[in-house]
Design a protein. Structure first.
Length: 236
């Protein structure tokens, strides 16, 4: 099977160490500044900026337009969609990482050192501060803001306009300012093929005021990976 060519609009600016896979579409006035690794089949809309320096006051911003590459890199997987004017910033302490099959809507901001799993949905104007982690399949509603170093677990659903100042556990529904757990994302769990026993266990756990330690009471093989991610992301 022959390689699929990349389609790059003539007004797009791709500079520095940018490594493209195949079959990517890069729209008008998009700016990609390396170091950036981009997989296959990504769709990058008009005015998207990928690879600007980390927004850190102490960071030495480049003074020469011929050498705009600045940061610890971005790695983006396959089949992601970045709509108009979305921004993804270079890593500061490590790479900024986006997995596969993300849907990043217009004017989303992904700051330095963020890590997004597979199948994440970020609605319009979602703001992720530095070092935020988003688990596989999580869905953040319109205008959600996430404080730096917070973790939103696998399959979580965060309501529009929420301000996330505390970690959101896997498969939770959370909303408000500040956002709090308001139940389980039972529909999302079922659509992901999780069995009814595990769905019921999570729903019961999140029915009352959620305490992080309560997640240790879950003992379901189907949920083991999500719980392990939670423990690793929230340790210390």
């Amino acid at each position: 099977m022959s390689a699929q060519p990349n389609s790059i609009h003539p007004t797009a600016v791709v500079s520095g160490d940018v490594r493209l896979g195949e079959g990517n579409t890069i729209g008008p006035f998009a700016v990609i500044t390396g170091p950036v690794e981009l997989g296959d089949g990504n769709w990058i809309g008009a005015g998207v900026v990928i690879g600007a320096p980390p927004e850190v006051r102490s960071w030495e911003h480049p003074r020469d337009v011929a050498d705009l590459s600045s940061g610890n890199g971005i790695r983006i997987g396959d089949r992601n969609v970045f709509r108009e004017y979305a921004q993804v910033h270079q890593g500061w302490h490590a790479q900024t990482v986006i997995g596969d099959d993300a849907f990043v809507m217009n004017q989303v901001y992904i700051a330095h050192d963020c890590r997004l799993g597979d199948g994440v949905t970020l609605a319009s104007s979602v703001l992720l501060a530095g070092h935020v982690r988003i688990g596989d399949g999580a869905n953040l509603g319109l205008g959600t803001s996430v404080h730096q170093r917070r973790y939103v677990g696998r399959g979580a659903m965060v309501g529009m306009g929420s301000v996330v100042t505390r970690d959101v556990p896997p498969w939770a529904k959370a909303f408000g300012n500040p956002a709090r757990v308001r139940g389980a994302n039972t529909v999302g769990m079922s659509r992901s093929g999780i069995g009814p026993d595990a769905v019921d266990a999570v729903a019961a756990l999140y029915a009352d005021d959620f305490e992080p330690a309560a997640l240790d009471r879950l003992d379901h093989e189907e949920l083991a990976a999500a719980i392990a991610e939670w423990r690793e992301a929230t340790a210390g």
